[in-house]
Design a binder for this molecule. Sequence first.
Ligand code: HEC
Ligand code: HEC
Ligand code: HEC
Ligand code: HEC
Ligand code: HEC
Ligand code: HEC
Ligand code: HEC
Ligand code: HEC
Ligand code: HEC
Ligand code: HEC
Length: 316
Amino acid sequence: MGFEGSSIMIRALHLSGRAAASAAALLLFATLCLAQEMPPGYAGTESCALCHEDIANAFAKNRHAAVGKEKRRGWEARACESCHGPGLKHTETTSAEDIRNPAKLPPSQADSSCLSCHTMQPTQVGRVQGSHAQNQVACATCHSVHTPPQAAQNRAARLNAQCATCHISQRAAFNRPHGHRLNQNAIHCTDCHNPHGTQMTASLRLSTGGEPGCLNCHNDKRGPFVFEHAPVRLEGCNSCHEPHGSANPRMLTRPNMAQLCLECHSNIALPSGRTNTGALGGIPPAFHDQLNPRFRNCTLCHQRVHGSHINKALLR
Ligand code: HEC
Ligand code: HEC
Ligand code: HEC
Ligand code: HEC
Ligand code: HEC
Ligand code: HEC
Ligand code: HEC
Ligand code: HEC
Ligand code: HEC
Ligand code: HEC
């Protein structure tokens, strides 16, 4: 019996058997009819839809519906069971005991079913090392797999709100006076982070060239410069900037410029909290009179602080 035939038969039964059959028996019978087409133990999506109508209707618009529509994927007419496992017994007993609910499994087990199909996706690179996976944040915490796709125009706002549910302090940092305009949703967390993990610390994204992901937008800071400023390339942008937002102009890590620069360009010990890589810069020549305010605004003269093509002292 074809699948179309099955549903017609259910409808026919529904009309003729009104008097005799109880609703439950009808469902059981319909289920068994449908099951003939199924591998042992499976009931098929149409059976599930008889009792889980809302989910089935919403699911029909989800991209996962493709799983059940295209034969090559191996789940024809039984998409629900690609995640929930064989459900014939559950359709008979309707007991929660008899069906796999990913929400009740340890994340590692729930995720493995998702990964049975998704390992080949480029977005999954590094996922195994990803901090979310290591910290038991399951795929379904972030992905809703029954609902219709969300409107594209609200994407940034939606993502920011989602990440903020757990990362409250990182989200709050964007409220500081100087920062990226995340509050306006002009930028979102996943512009800089890949939630599935990367090989970088803090799951930071890289540019296509393997450089810091910041350069995807701040292209003018991309080298190679004839005269590099060593920390830009070696320590990265966040050796001088607080990317989530800062109390200091230009999102600098220190309230005044001289303080920032002299942490590396002097022979004083670094304050705690700063990474001392041992690769410190040279000491400014003696004419840099630090009692003179003019000399404390370093980028007044060292204008090419990210690197220069013409001047070794990064003056222009
Ligand atoms: C005859 C009606 C019926 C059919 C058919 C049916 N279900 Fe259910 N399902 C139920 C009921 C009732 C519950 C609630 C059980 C409970 O809470 O004890 C349920 C619960 C569930 C749950 C949640 C279990 C939990 O741990 O809370 C999942 C998942 C589920 N069904 C999936 C399916 C899938 C997949 C199919 C098709 C293979 C299906 N159901 C077919 C009636 C049905
Ligand atoms: C891509 C994997 C996937 C597919 C396909 C899928 N589900 Fe689910 N389902 C989940 C996950 C994950 C959960 C637990 C988290 C949640 O509720 O989103 C769940 C939870 C459920 C629940 C219990 C929670 C609730 O909302 O009542 C039911 C019932 C259910 N699914 C039914 C279905 C039915 C019916 C289909 C097919 C029309 C289906 N699912 C297809 C992954 C899937
Ligand atoms: C049986 C294979 C299969 C399983 C199991 C599966 N997926 Fe998918 N997934 C697909 C297919 C097919 C698509 C659609 C791809 C397309 O449209 O090109 C998809 C699309 C997606 C998308 C993008 C579409 C969207 O709604 O945003 C996400 C996210 C996703 N899956 C997450 C999950 C999660 C989380 C799980 C586990 C709960 C899961 N998948 C389990 C096959 C699967
Ligand atoms: C911390 C949240 C989070 C977790 C955990 C997570 N994802 Fe994602 N995932 C995202 C975000 C955010 C996107 C990008 C969505 C967008 O572009 O709108 C995404 C994108 C995807 C896509 C691509 C969708 C597309 O449209 O191409 C797939 C597939 C996917 N995730 C699968 C998974 C699987 C499988 C897991 C578990 C192994 C998982 N995700 C865990 C947040 C998460
Ligand atoms: C359900 C809670 C939850 C959600 C939602 C969530 N995270 Fe996380 N995230 C965690 C936990 C737990 C950790 C590990 C502990 C920590 O570092 O705070 C983590 C760690 C991180 C880290 C640092 C560690 C690393 O190497 O990856 C980043 C970056 C991150 N999450 C970004 C995101 C982004 C971006 C989103 C939104 C797409 C997001 N998270 C959504 C719970 C969550
Ligand atoms: C402009 C790029 C950028 C954006 C946007 C961004 N981050 Fe980050 N994030 C970073 C960088 C760079 C680091 C690494 C900081 C370090 O190593 O000192 C980081 C670190 C983190 C960490 C690791 C712990 C910590 O605080 O250092 C978490 C968690 C995190 N970000 C979450 C988020 C969340 C949530 C959002 C959105 C509300 C977000 N990030 C938006 C660049 C960004
Ligand atoms: C998605 C694009 C994007 C990415 C990725 C990005 N930025 Fe930005 N950044 C901007 C835009 C746009 C501005 C201009 C200010 C604004 O309108 O938000 C800006 C401004 C800045 C400023 C100047 C702020 C001021 O007060 O003048 C600094 C510093 C900065 N970004 C550093 C970084 C660093 C460091 C990273 C990587 C961790 C990064 N950005 C990643 C888009 C981006
Ligand atoms: C050695 C410290 C240092 C490093 C490393 C650094 N910056 Fe800066 N950056 C500064 C200073 C200082 C300013 C303020 C310049 C001024 O006000 O004249 C600044 C200003 C900026 C600005 C705003 C003004 C402008 O020139 O557009 C952006 C954007 C920026 N930096 C991005 C980056 C990015 C992206 C990286 C990594 C590739 C980076 N910075 C690495 C010190 C640094
Ligand atoms: C994280 C440490 C660090 C910070 C912060 C830093 N620098 Fe540097 N800087 C270096 C290193 C390392 C070199 C390379 C020294 C060398 O090649 O001998 C360098 C080189 C320079 C040079 C070229 C000098 C030369 O000998 O080639 C100038 C000028 C300079 N820095 C100015 C600044 C200014 C201005 C600031 C503040 C905006 C600053 N630096 C912040 C580490 C730093
Ligand atoms: C009034 C302009 C001016 C200000 C302000 C200034 N510098 Fe300089 N700086 C110079 C000049 C000019 C040189 C010498 C370049 C040369 O010798 O070719 C120099 C040289 C240096 C050098 C050595 C470069 C080399 O090639 O050996 C360092 C390091 C340096 N400055 C750091 C700083 C720091 C840190 C500050 C802020 C505390 C600062 N400068 C403020 C003008 C200035």
